[in-house]
Design a protein around this ligand. Structure first.
Ligand code: BG6
Length: 496
C-alpha cells in the first residue's frame, strides 16, 4: 500500500524561496502569511530562507514591518522567529538589475549552511514580464540551482498562463529553455483548497457514488463561482482578461475536471494529471453558432467607471457557458458553468442534479418533482450536501425535500488550511499532483479561444446586470429554456 504523505518530512528539505514581486498583493496577502502559518505549525524546513525581491526600495526591517501591519500581526515571538528567515533584496528581474546581489546571497546561504539547498523561484509578478524575467534567470544561470550536488531549482508560475493558446505555448517554450517539466509548478490556487481535494476523497474513497456518477443518473451539473467583490484595483489586468480568462479557463475547468474525471490508477501526480487531461481534452468543440446560443456574457452596471477601465469597455464580468463532454460517461449531460463579480454573494459550488426515475408511485404526493442533488460546496460553509425526498411527518402522506449534510465546521474541529499553505508545502516536497501540466493548460485554451473569438465579435450581446443581483436575466433564460433552474445559492448548504 502507498504510504500517506507526511508533511513533517518537509523538515529535511533545505530550501530557499526567492519571491519575485514580494511587495505585490499576492505576496503580501497570500504567500507570506501562508509561509508564516507553516512556520507556526512547524512545517518549514530546518534550513530555510525566503529572499523577498522587488523593485521597491526597502530594508529587511521596513519590508517585514509592512507585512506585519498589512496582516494585523501582533509582535509575537513566532513572528520574530519567522521574519528572521526573510531577507529583502531590491532588484528588477525583468530588467536584469541587481541579480548579482541575489546570486551572492544564494551562494552565501549555501556556504553557511554547508548543504546543497533547493532553490525555488516564485514568479509573483505580472504576467506581462514573465518571459523577460525567465530569460534573465537563465542568462544569470540562476536556474542552475545548487552547484555542489546538482539539486535542481524549481520555478513557480501563477495563472493565467498566457492569454490564449499561442501565448501559452510561447511562455512554455521560454520556460522549457531553462527548466524541465518536473521543475515547473503551475499554480491554480483552487486546487489547493481543502474542499477541492476532498472531492477526490468523496468520490473515490466511498463506494456509494461512482456507480451513479454518469449520464444514466445525472441530469445536469451546475458549477458556480460567484463573487461579491468587483474588480477592485485590478482594472488594467481585468480589462485584458475578463471573466472567461480570469476564472473559466482555469479555476472552473479545473473544478469540472476534478468533479468528473475517472478514477486515477494511483493517488499520485502523473495518474491524476492524466485523468484530468482526459476530461479537458474531451470538452466538446462547438461551432460559432452553437457558442452564441450556449453562452452569456454580462457586465455589471458602472463597471466602465471603475479605476483603469475603458469607459467603453466590452469586457465581461459575468460568464455563463454551457459545455458538454465527449466521453462515454458524460455524453449528453450539460454542464452549466457560471461566474461573475459584484453578485449578491460569494458561493463556489458544484451541484449534481440527478434524473428522476421510477418515482411514479409518489406522483400524487408531492407538489413538484423532487430530484436528488449532491452539492459539493467549496466555499463558504464548506461541506457536502445530499438532497433527498422524505415523508413529512403526519397522518397525511406528502413528500418534501430534506438535506443531509457533512459540514467541515461541525465534523472536524480543525481550521481549514489556506490553499497556499498546501501548495507551498507541496512545492518543497516536490509533489506536483495539485499543479497543472502544460498539456492541461493548452487543452483549456482550446476550449476558451473559440468562445473568446465569438464574444469578441459581439455575440451574444453584452448583458448589463445590477450589482448585488445574481447576474443578467439572460443567464436565467438560457437555463430555463433547457427546462432547468439555477440552484445556487438556493441550495447552499451548511448554513451554520
Ligand atoms: C483569482 C482571480 O484567480 O481568483 C480573481 O484572478 C478572483 O479575480 C479570485 O477574485 C477568487 O479566489 P478566491 O480564492 O478568493 O475564491
Amino acid at each position: 500500500m502507498a504510504k500517506a504523505k507526511d508533511p513533517t518530512s518537509v523538515k529535511n528539505n533545505p530550501t530557499v524561496f526567492v519571491v519575485f514581486g514580494a511587495t505585490g498583493d499576492l505576496s503580501m496577502k497570500k504567500i507570506f502569511p501562508s509561509f508564516y502559518k507553516l512556520h507556526k505549525n512547524g512545517l518549514l524546513p530546518q534550513v530555510f530562507k525566503i529572499i523577498a525581491a522587488a523593485r521597491t526600495p526597502h530594508t529587511n526591517d521596513s519590508f517585514t514591518k509592512t507585512l506585519e501591519q498589512l496582516n494585523g500581526i501582533e509582535n509575537k515571538k513566532s513572528w520574530q522567529e519567522f521574519v528572521a528567515k526573510i531577507q529583502y533584496i531590491p532588484l528588477d528581474i525583468a530588467e536584469n538589475k541587481n541579480l548579482t546581489d541575489l546570486s551572492t546571497s544564494l551562494e552565501n546561504f549555501e556556504k553557511e549552511s554547508k548543504v546543497c539547498i533547493k532553490r525555488v523561484f516564485y514568479m509573483a509578478i505580472s504576467q506581462t514580464i514573465y518571459e523577460s524575467s525567465i530569460e534573465n534567470l537563465g542568462k544569470t544561470k540562476l536556474n542552475l540551482g545548487c552547484q555542489t550536488h546538482g539539486e535542481k531549482a524549481r520555478i513557480v508560475v501563477e495563472k493565467p498562463f498566457g492569454h490564449d493558446l499561442k501565448s501559452a505555448k510561447e511562455l512554455s517554450s521560454t520556460l522549457s529553455k531553462y527548466f524541465d517539466e518536473d521543475q515547473i509548478y503551475r499554480i491554480d490556487h483552487y486546487l489547493g483548497k481543502e474542499t477541492v481535494q476532498n472531492i477526490l476523497a468523496f468520490r473515490f474513497g466511498n463506494e456509494l457514488f461512482e456507480p451513479i456518477w454518469n449520464n444514466h443518473f445525472v441530469d445536469h451539473v451546475q458549477i458556480n463561482l460567484t463573487e461579491h467583490i468587483g474588480v477592485e484595483k485590478r482594472g488594467d489586468y481585468y480589462e485584458k482578461s475578463g471573466a472567461l480568462r480570469d476564472m473559466v479557463q482555469n479555476h472552473l475547468l479545473q473544478l469540472l475536471a476534478v468533479a468528473t474525471m475517472d478514477m486515477p490508477e494511483k493517488f499520485e501526480a502523473q495518474s491524476i494529471l492524466a485523468k484530468k487531461l482526459a476530461i479537458i481534452s474531451h470538452i466538446k468543440r462547438q461551432t460559432a453558432d452553437e457558442i452564441a446560443k450556449s453562452t452569456i456574457r454580462g457586465q455589471y452596471k458602472n463597471y466602465t467607471k471603475e479605476e483603469k477601465v475603458n469607459p467603453k469597455s466590452q469586457t465581461e464580468t459575468f460568464a455563463l457557458v454551457r459545455l458538454y463532454l465527449d466521453t462515454i460517461r458524460w455524453q449528453g449531460v450539460p454542464f452549466y458553468i457560471r461566474t461573475g463579480k459584484k453578485l449578491t454573494g460569494k458561493v463556489t459550488s458544484i451541484i449534481f442534479q440527478f434524473k428522476e426515475k421510477g418515482h411514479k408511485i409518489f406522483e400524487d404526493f408531492w407538489e413538484q418533482p423532487l430530484p436528488n442533488h449532491v452539492t459539493l460546496q467549496i466555499q463558504p460553509n464548506e461541506g457536502i450536501g445530499i438532497r433527498l425526498a422524505a415523508k413529512k411527518p403526519g397522518l397525511a402522506t406528502s413528500l418534501e425535500p430534506v438535506d443531509m449534510e457533512f459540514c467541515y465546521k461541525t465534523s472536524f474541529d480543525i481550521p481549514l488550511p489556506d490553499a497556499y499553505e498546501r501548495l507551498l508545502l507541496d512545492i518543497i516536497l516536490g509533489d506536483q499532483s495539485l499543479f497543472l501540466s502544460q498539456e492541461i493548460v493548452e487543452e483549456s485554451w482550446k476550449v476558451i479561444d473559440p468562445i473568446r473569438e465569438v464574444w469578441d465579435a459581439a455575440t451574444p450581446k453584452l448583458a448589463i446586470y445590477e450589482p448585488g443581483s445574481w447576474g443578467p436575466k439572460e443567464a436565467d433564460d438560457l437555463i430555463e429554456k433547457d427546462g432547468r433552474k439555477f440552484l445556487a445559492p438556493l441550495l447552499t448548504i451548511c448554513k451554520i
